[in-house]
Design a protein around this ligand. Structure first.
Ligand SMILES: *[C@@H]1O[C@H](CO)[C@@H](O)[C@H](O)[C@H]1NC(C)=O
Ligand SMILES: *[C@@H]1O[C@H](CO)[C@@H](O)[C@H](O)[C@H]1NC(C)=O
Ligand SMILES: *[C@@H]1O[C@H](CO)[C@@H](O)[C@H](O)[C@H]1NC(C)=O
Ligand SMILES: *[C@@H]1O[C@H](CO)[C@@H](O)[C@H](O)[C@H]1NC(C)=O
Ligand SMILES: *[C@@H]1O[C@H](CO)[C@@H](O)[C@H](O)[C@H]1NC(C)=O
Ligand SMILES: *[C@@H]1O[C@H](CO)[C@@H](O)[C@H](O)[C@H]1NC(C)=O
Ligand SMILES: *[C@@H]1O[C@H](CO)[C@@H](O)[C@H](O)[C@H]1NC(C)=O
Ligand SMILES: *[C@@H]1O[C@H](CO)[C@@H](O)[C@H](O)[C@H]1NC(C)=O
Ligand SMILES: *[C@@H]1O[C@H](CO)[C@@H](O)[C@H](O)[C@H]1NC(C)=O
Ligand SMILES: *[C@@H]1O[C@H](CO)[C@@H](O)[C@H](O)[C@H]1NC(C)=O
Ligand SMILES: *[C@@H]1O[C@H](CO)[C@@H](O)[C@H](O)[C@H]1NC(C)=O
Ligand SMILES: *[C@@H]1O[C@H](CO)[C@@H](O)[C@H](O)[C@H]1NC(C)=O
Length: 588
């Protein structure tokens, strides 16, 4: 459509200005109340298009603006002309009959009226109400206490400076663990936590929304202060006993105390009420029995000055000193064997029990020592019995094995006198076996019972001559006791025949001891009944264990003939024998 001013149109326009418009304005400046005026929304700083009429038959149009609450129309534009004094409404231009307002502001709000003349003479009036919307500005988030103590009230205020209502609010909380989570019931500008909880901790944002836009606030951290809670103590290695916990001596024990708190707890460890460590994890590298006692963890929240504590009892277990002892004794008058297994001391006491290797472990456990009685007659020589020892400080049971046996053979008896024959030593021996063989002399008439070897010393006296001493060997595996005997006898001598030599030759005479239980000494007397000392020029003496020979050198007829005597004595008596030496003269 050509809006160029023709004379005719100018005439019509002037006519309209002068006659029609005022008539129109004053006759019907406003619509009747029940007539709906279409509403258009515009946003501050943006643009809007207000349409007048369709079609190309428009010969003329006029746009007017009526501020709400007033009734005075202000002309804005007509045909292709925009009035300059209307810039308060924004930047106005026309697109044919459409009014385009850019850079809208709050003043742009009001009623717009377009009067339109068609070429055919028709006339119409279009009303549009322009509503100006303001976008919400980025809201500002405030917390009236960003570090509340758990349980106290907190107010979070989300305020957007500008923004046309209605404005809706949504709240979010962010934590590393949970991510972004909507806050339940967070639908207003103010979020009130009547009792702040630790679960409320996190980064908060609020989002405001209106018909125009959505804006989210910066984030604020709500740090709920709490604790410490009741501590929890984690013990490694973990061993529960009736009264607390146990640890084995030399072990590394780790005590880990945890009490939830914000700010994190400060930990202090006490042993029997005296401070031993500051820190969460208390490590005892090699615990000793003297470290048995009460361990207390104290957790402190230094900000609040609050504290909680927990005490655990730790008992340190240890093994007895040395090693277990297993033994076998004769019991019940040598009819039975008592096996005993013992390892005393330690904490707790070791558990011991006997179990024969062949039979099931049905023996009851007992503390520190265990005894098992066996009937001697039932025992097979060389049977082994096992004692099992258990203790918390031992990974596996310790074994202690005892083998019951009787030595082969029987007891050996002998008698020996001392050098000067003052004393007689009776010896009875039967070594080996378990239990050891008990040896008794003459039914304990003399001396005590002794194991394996029983040596008894008697003062020498001739009254023991021909006396029989008996040694009894007692062992549970022998129902009939074995014995050995020794008879003390004075020496019995045997001599060579009477001898005769030719004068000038050597003469040799011998003397033998008949086997006897006691050793005896042989001495020689010459033909003048004088004791012969060995290695003299005249006499030579040779000695064996049970014999002696006398050599008379270069015999002389007038001197060396006669009775020579060999004499033997031991601790219980003496005896002597005489031998006749005949020295023959060469001249006879
Ligand atoms: C104005 O109207 C003419 C004729 O009806 C049309 O060709 C043209 O596209 C319109 N211009 C605009 C900006 O709408
Ligand atoms: C924060 O706001 C809550 C709710 O109004 C109020 O009870 C509390 O006392 C306020 N806290 C502080 C530190 O102002
Ligand atoms: C929220 O903040 C705004 C702006 O700072 C303030 O005007 C308003 O009173 C606050 N509301 C509350 C409940 O504190
Ligand atoms: C809020 O509105 C006022 C007046 O309407 C204006 O001066 C101000 O620039 C606006 N603020 C923002 C952030 O849009
Ligand atoms: C101590 O206990 C806490 C809480 O159970 C746990 O997170 C931490 O890993 C433990 N520390 C050690 C060294 O075991
Ligand atoms: C610690 O206390 C325990 C139990 O009360 C006690 O048996 C132990 O002897 C105490 N240790 C020390 C070193 O005082
Ligand atoms: C263990 O043996 C000791 C002596 O060795 C004894 O005093 C104690 O009573 C014995 N205990 C038991 C339970 O047999
Ligand atoms: C009994 O056994 C042991 C070995 O265990 C052996 O030395 C001994 O000679 C045996 N005794 C008999 C009487 O066989
Ligand atoms: C040895 O000689 C003596 C003296 O002549 C004599 O009495 C004695 O009987 C003789 N003995 C033997 C065994 O011949
Ligand atoms: C003397 O002892 C030996 C062994 O030392 C023995 O062979 C001999 O028979 C014994 N003689 C007498 C008479 O007992
Ligand atoms: C000891 O005397 C007894 C009895 O006369 C005899 O049987 C035994 O063999 C003697 N022992 C020794 C070592 O001579
Ligand atoms: C030898 O034995 C007799 C008794 O048999 C005794 O009278 C005498 O004194 C003994 N002699 C020696 C040297 O012991």
């Amino acid at each position: 459509m050509d809006y160029g001013l023709t004379w005719s149109s100018l005439i019509i326009f002037c006519f309209a200005i002068v006659y029609i418009l005022p008539t129109f304005l004053y006759a019907q400046p406003f619509l009747s109340l029940n007539e709906m005026v279409p509403e258009v929304e515009g946003v501050v700083k943006r643009s809007v298009e207000l349409h007048c009429a369709e079609g190309d038959a428009i010969s003329m149009f006029i746009w007017n603006f009526i501020k709400f609450g007033t009734d005075r129309p202000i002309p804005i534009a007509h045909n292709n002309r925009v009035y300059t004094e209307t810039s308060f409404l924004g930047d106005i231009h026309l697109k044919n009959s459409t009014l385009v307002i850019e850079n809208l502001n709050l003043e742009s709000e009001g009623r717009y009226m377009c009067q339109c003349f068609y070429s055919n003479g028709d006339f119409t009036t279009v009303y549009v109400d322009l509503k100006i919307l303001v976008p919400v500005t980025t809201p500002m988030l405030q917390i009236n206490n960003s570090t509340p103590v758990e349980g106290s009230p907190v107010l979070l205020n989300c305020s957007a400076k500008n923004g046309t209502g209605p404005i809706s609010y949504t709240w979010h909380r962010y934590t590393i663990h949970e991510g972004f989570m909507p806050v339940p019931d967070g639908t207003t500008s103010v979020l009130i936590l009547s009792e702040a909880k630790r679960a409320h901790t996190g980064w908060y944002t609020c989002t405001v929304r209106n018909a125009v836009n959505v804006e989210t606030s910066g984030r604020l951290y709500l740090d709920v202060i709490f604790g410490p809670d009741e501590p929890f103590i984690e013990i490694k290695p973990y061993a529960v006993i009736e009264k607390g916990f146990s640890a084995n001596e030399q072990e590394e024990v780790t005590l880990n105390c945890s009490a939830l708190s914000n700010p994190p707890s400060h930990y202090i460890w006490f042993y029997n009420n005296s401070q031993v460590y500051s820190g969460q994890i208390y490590i005892i590298p090699r615990i000793s029995r003297s470290q048995t006692g009460l361990y207390t963890c104290l957790a402190k929240n230094n900000l609040l000055g609050t504290r909680t504590q927990l005490t655990v009892a730790i008992t340190v277990f240890y093994l007895p000193a040395g090693s277990p002892v297993c033994s076998a004794r004769s019991h019940n008058n040598y009819k039975e064997v008592a096996l005993s297994c013992s390892w005393e001391g330690g904490h707790p006491l070791v558990q011991v029990r006997w179990s024969e290797s062949s039979e099931a472990n049905h023996m009851k456990m007992s503390n520190s020592n265990a005894t098992k009685i066996l009937t001697g007659a039932d025992i097979q020589n060389g049977s082994s019995y096992t004692c099992l020892i258990s203790h918390p400080g031992l990974q596996n049971d310790v074994r202690c094995v005892t083998t019951i046996s009787i030595p082969s053979g029987g007891p050996n008896c002998n008698a020996v006198s001392t050098k000067q024959n003052d004393y007689i030593m009776l010896t009875c021996e039967w070594p080996g076996g378990l239990p050891r063989v008990m040896l008794e002399w003459n039914n304990k008439e003399i001396g005590d019972s002794k194991e394996s070897s029983n040596i008894h010393v008697l003062k020498s006296t001739p009254s023991y001559n021909n006396k029989l001493f008996t040694c009894i060997a007692l062992h549970p595996m022998n129902s009939v006791h074995k014995t050995c005997h020794v008879r003390l006898e004075s020496p019995v001598l045997e001599t060579s025949q009477n001898i005769s030599v030719l004068e000038g030759n050597d003469a040799q005479i011998g003397c033998f001891l008949r086997s006897a239980n006691l050793t005896a000494e042989i001495t020689w007397f010459n033909n003048k009944n004088k004791e012969i000392t060995p290695d003299s020029q005249k006499y030579g003496i040779l000695k064996g264990t049970n014999w002696s020979t006398l050599t008379i050198r270069e015999t002389e007829w007038s001197i060396d003939g006669g009775f020579y005597q060999c004499s033997a004595f031991n601790a219980v008596g003496n005896s002597s024998n005489s031998i006749w030496l005949q020295v023959n003269s060469m001249y006879e």
